[in-house]
Design a binder for this molecule. Structure first.
Ligand code: FMN
Length: 541
């Protein structure tokens, strides 16, 4: 049951979602041309905040295997964490991965992907009781790979050492390029960031535990409500906060926040830099949505109820290598064929299990299911397929999709992967057209749309279910990116698609299911025009 005060916000969320759909004959409102003069700075700084440089000597790290992450023990008790562990955690999640050079242009890429490489996500670290770092709220600055001390803190009780990590978003970075639809991309990026952080934590033998704070509490904790520090800066909204913890023996509701101690700021430092030359007053729709969401109570998600057998895995590789080499494919060769066993393994890892990273850090009942456009998978007829990510969702999916679909279970597919064939036919043209005519949706092995249980999620969890559905979609995207790399192929997130045209192809008539994100996996064509430089060469490392 949703509190009355949320009903108006719920309407606002639905109106935003409808208004920001792309249609074949009309894109959602966005800039008619790109004003390069206003291109936002991808790096937020808090001018005059004390800077703590993080070490870059990662060779010392014990190598964690991607396939053996679940058996990994904490490398150090959290209380003994030093700058090396913090550096590694941040570098391999939200840090730089490389620089690309093309003629006079030079741009950085990060371990986490971002729509248009615009990186709206900011990261904060809150520590207490560590020997290596004084108690405080820190902003992570990826360019100098350093922490900016925003505030010294005193905690309610300092006997339990604690490391908290929080994300916030600056929507203007995306809105500059994508206009009103940008809010969706910002939330998808948060989902990718959750995945990136969960994998990086797993390499250190720890996982994330979400804390049930409201957005307004989080804004206060991070100092985002301090107008005096954000005078000239573009709006930055809080998203969510985690506590680092050792993996639990028993999967349980990790969002209980038991024994939580929230620090209180003593003194704040620094002023947020402005990212574009002119203050941005465009696309007010995003602020109009963010403001009422700030007042909503935290969103409760159902704990993961189903379990699946352990997924099959390919040959092992170091996780840090996979994280650093992850890239979005710009083009696929359109010829190679994916072995069927790899296809099943990639899909299998998208099923949530409370015993597997990154789902250990996000152990919630899945509300997103995959509508697959299969093009080039060995032994599988091209066509439209559906992968429910829970058994429970099957009735809703069957009742919402085209009644003429065959719903044929795929013969030979591992029994717990509930893959169903809907139609067998070439779907390359449809996939390309639906993903804003992008060839990467058709020249791949397969592409997919992520169908969210839209109405039931909003009804059960209130307006904040809206961003959280995008987070789940982004997290699946991050799993697909890393799984693709682990199988020697490549993925790309696709935020641009024609919403209702996708629904029409699937026979979805009402808002019960909504496609929120697309993804594609294939064999990338190398782009030899670009030169690659090491991530931290600018620091002399
Ligand atoms: C939410 C999201 C949406 C994206 N949408 C598209 C898209 O529609 N088309 C595309 O070619 N790439 C898309 N990308 C890929 C980004 O452009 C890419 O992540 C970014 O340029 C950074 O490059 P990297 O992933 O290689 O680090 C998307 C990525 C994300 C995370």
């Amino acid at each position: 049951m949703i509190a009355n005060h949320s009903t108006a916000t719920l309407e606002l969320v639905r109106a935003y979602h409808e208004r920001t759909k792309h249609h074949f004959d009309r894109y959602a409102a966005g800039p008619e041309y790109l004003d390069w003069e206003q291109q936002p700075n991808p790096f937020r700084e808090f001018e005059s905040a004390p800077l703590i440089k993080l070490p870059l000597d990662f060779e010392e790290l014990p190598k964690a295997g991607f396939n053996t992450l679940n058996n990994r023990q904490p490398q150090l008790a959290l209380k003994d964490w030093g700058l090396t562990e913090i550096s590694s955690l941040l570098r391999f999640s939200m840090g730089l991965a490389a620089w690309k050079v093309y003629g006079p242009d030079r741009w950085s890429l990060r371990c986490n992907p971002s729509s248009g490489n615009l990186h709206p996500t900011e990261t904060y670290l809150l520590v207490s009781g560590l020997k290596s770092l004084k108690d405080g709220v820190y902003h992570y600055a990826p360019y100098p790979h350093a922490l900016e001390l925003r505030a010294e803190t005193g905690s309610a009780s300092a006997n339990q050492p604690q490391i908290l990590l929080a994300f916030s978003s600056i929507a203007w970075r995306e809105a500059w390029k994508y206009g009103e639809r940008a809010y969706r991309y910002v939330q998808l990026d948060i989902g990718h960031a959750i995945g990136a952080l969960a994998y990086s934590a797993a390499a250190l033998g720890v996982c994330l535990q979400r804390l049930p704070l409201s957005r307004s509490e989080l804004a206060r904790l991070l100092g985002l409500d301090r107008q005096e520090d954000f005078k000239d800066a573009e709006n930055e909204y809080p998203d969510l906060i985690f506590r680092l913890r050792e993996p639990p023996d028993q999967p349980s509701d990790l969002s209980s926040g038991d024994g939580m101690q929230l620090p209180t700021a003593k003194q704040w430092h620094g002023t947020a830099n402005r990212l574009s030359q002119q203050p941005s007053h465009q696309w007010p729709l995003i602020d109009e949505l963010e403001h009422p969401l700030m007042a909503c109570p935290p969103c409760r998600q159902l704990p993961l109820a189903e379990s699946f057998p352990e997924p099959a895995r390919g040959p092992d590789q170091p996780i840090h290598q996979i994280i650093l080499q992850r890239r979005s494919a710009q083009a696929f060769n359109g010829k190679s064929i994916l072995p069927l066993s790899h296809f099943y393994q990639i899909l299998d890892h998208c099923l949530p299990r409370a015993t597997e990273h990154p789902w250990k850090s996000w152990p919630y009942q899945p509300r997103i299911h995959l509508l697959l456009f299969v093009h080039r998978v060995d032994g599988l007829s091209p066509g439209l397929y559906l992968l429910p990510r829970s058994q429970q969702a099957l009735p809703l999916l069957k009742q919402s999709l085209d009644e003429d679909f065959s719903w044929q279970p795929v013969e030979g597919c591992p029994a717990h992967i509930l893959l169903h064939q809907l139609v067998t036919t070439e779907v390359k043209k449809a996939a390309r057209a639906l993903s804003c005519h992008q060839d990467i949706a058709a020249s791949s092995f397969f592409s997919l749309g992520m169908l969210a249980e839209f109405d039931t999620a909003l009804q059960a969890s209130g307006p904040l279910a809206y961003p959280e559905l995008f987070w789940e979609a982004g997290l699946i995207g991050q799993v697909l990116y890393l799984q693709a790399e682990a199988h020697g192929v490549r993925g790309t997130g696709i935020g641009c698609f024609f919403d209702d045209a996708v629904h029409q192809v699937a026979g979805i008539k009402e808002s019960g299911l909504q496609s929120l994100y697309h993804f594609t996996v294939g064999e990338a064509k190398p782009d030899n025009r670009l030169q690659t430089l090491p991530a931290y060469h600018h620091l002399g490392s």
